[in-house]
Ligand binder design. Structure first.
Ligand code: NAP
Length: 274
């Protein structure tokens, strides 16, 4: 008797596939954006890898195509509204549709709230808030016109559980949650969904700044000093991996989440339960 079950009453095994769909991922050159681009390509999408550093997006796209997937590169500063609009319109022009748009690009500004300079505040608002807003606008225009689509925005556990020194970042990530909900109520009737992921701590270029030296080497004692308390504090006793977050992005992008909109998925090891 075979031990392999062939029961798939609801077709759920295929619901995570995004074959033939066209996806744009911002911040695709590194960390969670790169992993999300790889996950979407692995599930069958053609992925437009967009990043402010075109060479890093190129590396992501090369990795995808070398593994048999389909990808292309766009150099994109998400803070540039016209460039975001061109990316969305160009994608539709080249491929005939825009099915998935993931606003993953983000930056960090650190320091006590009372000391945060206005130019630093403007810089993070431009990328983490306006950049996501522009992405939502451009993607939603194309998706409403075609009557389907899924938008996935990167929020953060920082929006749920503030920690000191990242007030501007946390404010942007809370704003991402609210703009996701607002968009969801506006575009749902057109068949377009908008959701957010709010990851806990994941080792990436963004978080590596605590222990990666300017020459690229890792200060392991410093890394342990950062990671160990987080690990101990988390109910699951670990920090996140980029693939933990990419799995949530794929779920929200695919038909597996077809009845889900305006929601925040929290792959955070249990550090914040909202
Ligand atoms: P990352 O490794 O630094 O990746 C972010 C990517 O976005 C980088 O390739 C970066 O380019 C790019 N980028 C920065 N500014 C951009 C702009 N103006 N336009 C287009 N691309 C831009 O960071 P990550 O940890 O993967 O973060 C991805 C997202 O997850 C962010 O929104 C972050 O806030 C969120 N998040 C991360 C964590 C975590 O623990 N890592 C937790 C919660 C939420 P550069 O090479 O120039 O930096």
């Amino acid at each position: 008797m075979s031990t392999e079950s062939t029961v798939d009453a609801f077709g759920l095994a295929g619901a995570f596939r995004v074959d033939g769909r066209v996806a744009v991922v911002t911040g695709a050159g590194s960390g969670i954006g790169r992993a999300s681009a790889e996950a979407l390509a692995g599930a069958g999408a053609h992925v437009v890898c967009a990043d402010v550093v075109a060479s890093s997006a190129e590396a992501t796209a090369e990795g995808i195509t070398a593994a048999g997937g389909s990808a292309e590169v766009v150099g994109l500063d998400v803070a540039d509204r016209h460039a975001v609009e061109r990316t969305a319109a160009g994608t539709v022009e080249r491929h005939g549709s825009l099915d998935i748009w993931c606003n993953i690009a983000g930056i960090m500004v650190e320091g006590p709230m009372v000391d945060t300079a206005e130019e630093d505040l403007d810089r993070i608002l431009a990328v983490n808030l306006k950049g996501v807003y522009f992405g939502c606008q451009s993607a939603a225009r194309a998706m409403v016109a075609q009557g389907r689509g899924s938008i996935v925005n990167a929020s953060s556990a920082a929006a749920d559980a503030p920690s000191p020194g990242i007030s501007a970042y946390a404010a942007c990530k809370a704003a991402v949650v609210q703009m996701t909900r607002s968009l969801a109520v506006e575009v749902g009737r057109a068949g377009v969904r908008a959701n957010a992921v709010a990851p806990g701590f994941v080792l990436t270029g963004m978080t590596g700044r605590y222990f990666v030296r300017p020459d690229g080497t890792v200060d392991e004692a410093m890394r342990d000093a950062v990671v160990e308390p987080l690990r101990r504090h988390a109910p699951l006793r670990r920090i996140g991996e980029v693939e933990d977050i990419a799995a949530a992005v794929l779920y929200l992008a695919s038909d597996a989440s077809s009845f889900v909109t305006g929601q925040v998925i929290r792959p955070n090891g249990g550090v914040a339960m909202v």
